[in-house]
Design a protein around this ligand. Structure first.
Ligand code: 1J1
Ligand code: MG
Length: 259
């Protein structure tokens, strides 16, 4: 998975507010309302224990602090354990955490210890960015394009299929595309751009995956991907909107999904 750097997490709340404005303008809902629409939950007074994890590439400075800021932004209580790893886990339980947040380099989970629900960042990120794209008020049809069918894109595509959208998808991995055709019924899309979409979910770790031929005059591109898949010249057009944010939206979805 694409690993965040401390630079990615700078100005997190500024980026959140900027994206919230675009989401509101394009869907009529804010991030909290989008999450509520997906999962049907609302934050109460849950206590979220955030545990730094040293495995693999180790602790990302500002990662735990960012999770705490997000937790509090969405109205929950949180604390970062003083110790990392197993000692931190023990500390979180002793500190009465209802929900645990922790990540190594492969997976990032939210686990609600009261109701047993567990969520992963990649699934929740795919689902919430897909939901944002799917709520586009200026959509010209129920057809939507998913670029990149890794863990995030696949979960997003599945969510869209379940919502009754016609999902076009592309990924260079032929095996993944076969699986997506068979299991989800997505329509393979030739990324040379033969058909234009007003809703796009971009879920690749690559820049400039989107070309002129793929996007309608008026469209919403929803992407957790860093770097951004939307080239600057297309993104700067008046009716091309972009929702892109490195962490908050995905974590909000994780928290709502385990409530
Ligand atoms: C590692 C997180 C790696 C990502 C959303 O506890 C720590 O400080 C580290 N072990 C956290 N995962 O960067 C994912 C999360 C986007 N990328
Ligand atoms: Mg624009």
């Amino acid at each position: 998975m694409a690993l965040l750097t401390p630079e990615d997490l700078e100005d997190l709340l500024d980026k959140l507010n900027h994206n919230n404005d675009i989401i509101r303008k394009d869907t009529g809902m804010d991030i909290a309302e989008i999450c509520h629409a997906i999962y049907g939950t609302n934050p109460g007074n849950e206590r979220v224990g955030i545990i730094p994890i040293t495995a693999g590439n180790g602790i990302i400075s500002t990662f735990s602090a960012s999770l705490l800021a997000i937790t509090e932004y969405f109205g929950m209580d949180g604390f970062i354990t003083e110790h990392a790893d197993i000692t931190g886990y023990h500390e979180a339980i002793k500190g009465n955490a209802d929900i645990i947040l922790m990540a190594d380099d492969h997976i990032f989970i939210a686990h609600n210890l009261r109701n047993g629900k567990i969520a992963t960042n990649h699934v929740c990120t795919g689902v919430v960015y897909a939901e944002i794209a799917s709520q586009y008020l200026h959509a010209d049809s129920k057809e939507i394009l998913v670029i990149g069918m890794g863990r995030v894109g696949y979960a997003g595509a599945e969510h869209l299929v379940n919502k009754g959208f016609t999902v076009y998808a592309c990924d260079p991995d032929r095996k993944i595309m076969e699986k997506a055709k068979e299991e989800l019924g997505v329509i393979p899309y030739n990324c040379n751009g033969t058909k234009k979409f007003s809703m796009v979910l971009e879920a690749t770790p690559n820049p400039n995956t989107i070309s002129e031929g793929m996007v309608a005059e008026r469209c919403l591109v929803s992407t957790p991907g860093i770097p951004c898949g939307l080239p600057e010249d297309i993104g700067s057009r008046d009716h091309v909107d972009l929702v892109m944010e490195p962490l908050v939206i995905g974590v909000a979805a994780m928290l709502y999904s385990v409530l």
